[in-house]
Design a protein. Structure first.
Length: 307
């Protein structure tokens, strides 16, 4: 284990994912979300295959034992991606990032509902704190549902991002099931393959022929997304999840910087306050998971051979 290397890889993945989102946002006026999903997924595949070939895992790393598990993970993951991309075209980048932090909070709730995981009052309180933050971010948007067209569009964008975060949380539940029988490389590859195919179903809803600049943006988004996924996967090989997971929230800093410099987006007070509460809740949950993991490890160490 090399915690510093794991943290460095995690930060690299965070930066690249924000850059990827920025490229999708820059192309959002020219292409619909489903088409953006296609480019993002298709051009990630050669990056992932190259990574597997370099590691020598190309033959064994793509074997599966649960094809339908991969399909359903891909289905909800594709829905999450499409909804997030739609939100990027309607909302400031930092706001989409803040609302996206809802996903790990909902994962705790869904894990209790679908995986029978025990969730104590401590984590329930953290989830509640995070949801208060989400409401603070959403409130100004939802209050404009009956306002001007632009304001209504932004409100719809906020709802889309929140739905995307919900789908992302469901995808995490499927991943937790898949890791019991599937290799990480297979989960990563078949998600990209499934989302590429599913995105083709959106062709009747208005795909366009993007200009040269937008095409470059979309191809780069796919390549960068694939590299970011590899960095993310590698980070967890060098450090425990509880060590690297909090650095997910560094994405807000990069989103704020890119949003301000590239898209001329100035964050609002409610958005920043809500983001702080959601980030605090997420870090509390991560620290609690680490504490519970240490306690479980100590309990196993104290057991006799007979259990």
């Amino acid at each position: 284990m090399s915690p510093f290397k794991g943290i460095a890889l995690k930060l690299c993945s965070v930066i690249l994912f924000v850059v990827m989102s920025s490229l999708i946002k820059a192309a959002s006026d020219a292409v619909p979300p489903g088409q953006a999903v296609f480019f993002r997924s298709l051009f990630a595949i050669p990056v992932i295959l190259t990574w597997l070939a370099v590691r020598g895992d190309l033959r064994t790393g793509l074997r599966v034992t649960s094809p339908m598990g991969h399909f359903w993970r891909g289905f909800v993951g594709t829905a999450a991606m499409g909804l997030m991309f739609a939100g990027l075209g309607l909302l400031p980048l930092p706001e989409v990032t803040a609302l996206g932090y809802t996903a790990p909070l909902l994962t705790v709730v869904f894990a209790a509902m679908f995986l029978d995981e025990r969730v104590g009052l401590f984590r329930i309180g953290a989830v509640a704190l995070g949801l208060v933050g989400v409401l603070i971010v959403l409130a100004p948007r939802l209050s404009t549902l009956t306002g001007e067209t632009v304001q209504t569009t932004q409100a719809v964008g906020a709802v889309m991002v929140l739905m995307g975060a919900t789908c992302a949380a469901l995808a995490q539940i499927y991943i937790r099931k898949l890791v019991a029988t599937e290799q990480t490389s297979a989960i990563v590859f078949y998600f990209s393959a499934t989302s590429t195919l599913l995105s083709l179903l959106t062709i009747p809803f208005g795909w366009t022929i993007p200009g040269g600049t937008e095409t470059v943006y979309l191809i780069l988004a796919g390549l960068i997304g694939g590299i970011a996924q590899i960095f993310l996967t590698s980070a967890y090989r060098f450090a425990d999840a509880s060590v690297v997971a909090p650095f997910d929230y560094a994405s807000m800093l990069f989103a704020l910087a890119i949003g301000y410099v590239i898209f001329d987006e100035v964050p609002t007070g409610p958005m920043l306050l809500g983001a702080v509460l959601v980030i605090a809740a997420g870090i509390i949950i991560i620290l609690r998971e680490r504490h519970l993991g240490l306690k479980r490890g100590q309990a196993r160490a104290l057991r006799t051979p007979q259990g």
